[in-house]
Structures are given as C-alpha cells and as structure tokens.
Design a protein around this ligand. Sequence first.
Ligand SMILES: Cc1cc2nc3c(=O)[nH]c(=O)nc-3n(C[C@H](O)[C@H](O)[C@H](O)COP(=O)(O)OP(=O)(O)OC[C@H]3O[C@@H](n4cnc5c(N)ncnc54)[C@H](O)[C@@H]3O)c2cc1C
Length: 465
Amino acid sequence: MFRRVAIIGGGAAAVALLSELVERASAPLHLDWYTGGAERPGRGVAYGTESPRHLLNVRAASMGMFSGSPRSFLDFAQRTDAGIAGTDFLPRRLYGQYLEGEAAHALARSRHRGVDVRVVPFAADAMVPEADGVTVVQGERATRVDAAVLAIGALPVRPLAGIDPGLLADGRYVIDPWALLARAAPDSAPREVALVGLGLTAMDVVLELAAQWPNARFVAFSRHGRLPEAHLPLATVPEDDGGALVDAMRDAPEAGRWLRLLREAIAATEDWRVVIDSLRPNTPSLWHALPAAERARFMRHARWAWERARHRLPPQVQQQVQALEQEGRLRRVCGRLVGAQPEQGRVRLELRRAGACTSLAADLAIQTVGLDTDVRSTAHPLMRQLVTNGHVTPDPFGLGCQATMDGQLCHDGKPWPRLFGIGSLLRGARWESTAMPEIRLQARLLAARMLAPAQVPQRPVTQPG
Ligand SMILES: Cc1cc2nc3c(=O)[nH]c(=O)nc-3n(C[C@H](O)[C@H](O)[C@H](O)COP(=O)(O)OP(=O)(O)OC[C@H]3O[C@@H](n4cnc5c(N)ncnc54)[C@H](O)[C@@H]3O)c2cc1C
C-alpha cells in the first residue's frame, strides 16, 4: 500500500476519496489534503449555492457519496424532514451541508483510524510525477508522496471567442455565472439579460435572477434554441436492464450504428429516458471500446443531443421555466454566438444561424455554457504546468487528460504508476465521469487500489483506434 498520498482538490470528489481512505486504511497512512483554499471543503461550485431554487438533478436516493451506502444522503435529508422521499430532487445547498458534515466526520474519524491528515488550505502549484512517487509543490514547500490524486473538478471558465475585452472588464459580459449569483441582490430596475447557452446552468441563472430582479426580461439562445429535457415526475423501474442493447452496441463500436440502435430501442419503449438511463452503468466501457475516429464522429454529430438527453432538469424546474416563458419574461432564440461588442452602454451580441448573421442587444450578457474540461488551453496553473512539462497528455477531444479506465493519468501513451485523476479529468477515458454516482465509485476503487498490499502490475495504456 501507499503510505503517503496527496489529494489535490477541495470538492466532493476529494471528500469522497478522503472518506474512503480513512475508512479502509488498515495500516498507518499519511494524507496531504490540498483543498485549494475552499472555505467549505466539499461544496465546490455545484453545492456552494445557497439558493433554495437550485435543485439537484439526481434523485435523493442516488446521491449518497459512498458506493457502499448510496442512500446515505437520503438518510441525512430525512433526519431534517421525515417527509422527504428518495425520488425527490432536493436543494443543492442541503447536499452541501451533507458533504461538509462528511468531510468533518472523516477528519474526526482519521484520528482513531491511524490516519494522519494534513489539511493544506491552498492550491497545489506544481507536481512532478516519477515512477516511484510524486513531488507536490505548494508555495516554497516541495513534498514527496508515494501517490497523488488530482480531484480538481472542472477548469476555470473562459470567455468564448469574439468577446470585446472592455465588456469583460466592466462586467457587462459575465463569464462566471456562479460568482454573479452569489452576489445578486433584489433589485426592481427593469433590464434585459441575455443568456449565452440553454443548458442546466442557464436554467439555474434564469430562475434565480427572475426571482431577484422582478422586472428583468431574459433572452436565451443556443444552436437549437431548445430547453433542456426534464426527468419523469416519478422514477420508473425499467422493464429490462438494457443488456441486449449494450451487447449490440459492444458488437458494433461505431457512432452511426449506435444511434440507429438507440432509435430502435427508444421506438420499442414507452419513454426514451428509460433507454438513456439504462446505458449509464455501461457508458464508460462502451466509450472505452469506441475507436478514436468514431469518438470524433460522435463528438461532431451526437455530443449535444446526448448531453441534452442525459443531463435533465427536475420536472418542477422545467415547469417554473415554462411559466416564465408564458409570462413573456423568457424568450428563446436559435443561434451561435460569434461576437459581443459594447454599444451605448449595452451589449450587442452577434449570432449566426444557418449561415446567416443576426444580432440582439441586452444590458447584461451571462455566459452559461457548462463545464470546461479542456486542459490544452486552460488558465488553471497546475494543469498548465503539468501539460507544458509533458507530465500529462491532453485528451484529443478536450475531455480532460489521457488516462486509463481506472484513473491513472498518462504521458507519452504510458500510465503513471502513482499519479491518478478522479471526476471531470477522466471524461476522455470514461465519458460519464462528472456526477456523484460515478465519482463515488471511482473514489472507492482508487482507495482500494492505493491501500492494496501489492500494487497491480503496470500494463500499457490502450489507445483507441
Ligand atoms: C451547477 C452544477 C450542478 C450540479 N449538480 C449535480 C447534481 O445534482 N448531481 C450530481 O451528481 N452532480 C452534479 N454536478 C456535477 C458535479 O460536478 C459533481 O457532483 C461534483 O461536484 C464534482 O466534484 P469535484 O470534486 O470533482 O469538483 P469540484 O466540486 O469542482 O471541486 C474541485 C475543487 O478542487 C479545487 N482545486 C482546483 N485546483 C486545485 C489545486 N491546484 N489545488 C487544490 N485544490 C484545487 C477547486 O477549488 C474546487 O474546490 C453539478 C455540477 C454543477 C457545476
């Protein structure tokens, strides 16, 4: 087993891994936990919100942070309100409280379990992986550990191309919606707000600002101009486990064939959501088997349709957004942003749709385009250092880093024996890797691997294609 492990990250993935390591350690273990300065470790962007309007998009019964007890969040929630059901979509701030509690619990338990945890309330600045260990640099201090895990979540948001720097500087074009929401206060001034994107983040933003700014009107746009899909009001138990579909997909790892198989399966089912959800446990292995050229095809032609089908709204959120549309406060437009310029104290947004250009004006534009995982062009200091020094290889589609299925990060086509990733950085290796049901499983497997008496022999990374 590894005797000294560094966990880099202050979000839910780091807490899940910390907890698993503390619970499973059977010999003295030292953990260096770099929390990145998070005020409330565990919460991250997703669960840092204090708004009651921001709901989990996974049902309560599936949000436990331990794969051995997936209902633990539901148990926590029911201690606050016995009427809560496992099928409910609960406020994310409640989940943040649960995570904070689990982090405190793991730290308290560590003292009784022979695990020495050093909490470093700063970001790790640089890392040097080697065959027999990893050096982690923070400020002036360099610490050698047996193994390190990058649990850094999504990368810092960047402005889309074509945004006038003056708009970014004076705050009329906002790239970090969460920072804006955290400081938004009630204000009755009339204003027009443009949302660049129509995904789940846009829905969070419009609901919150519509409540805080009762006289604001919103226009939101994306290529297809559609709202996200919603979950069914009640959870359904699928009639079959999707095994036949998964087998058929495995037999023909081609994006086009997969889409045809999916359409056929959906046509034979009462609700398409059941088919999409049945694939979830198998998505990483299916994605792994997809050759590089087919992955490229999937990214070009099916990525956004898949994201829309897979990442859905709680039904009550969809109803609230539809009510805003009916009241005339929210308007949707089709178009892709190509630029934004200042215009008489406002923002002029230029859109392109089917080759034609159009534009619209707003008092404020907010970019709501979802998670960034592209390490090739990030401003994240640690990832930039790791990429620049060739310690990790970016995924060719901008989905984190090249890695093995079990989270070893790769360089020059080879996995590092002692440098691992968890969560968003593994999207290229696993595709499905950003939500708690996947993260908790990764945390458990990583912890088991790190504490195993003999390390698994290295095998070369299999390159798709
Ligand atoms: C708005 C939103 C809503 C979501 N809702 C759900 C949901 O309902 N259900 C669900 O399952 N998933 C949801 N997700 C997915 C969510 O990403 C995961 O559930 C989970 O929060 C990911 O945790 P993480 O630790 O990987 O990343 P994060 O929560 O982003 O945490 C990463 C942490 O690492 C820190 N860090 C970064 N660099 C360094 C460094 N160099 N050194 C030290 N620390 C560093 C960051 O500051 C941050 O605190 C949502 C995501 C978002 C953005």
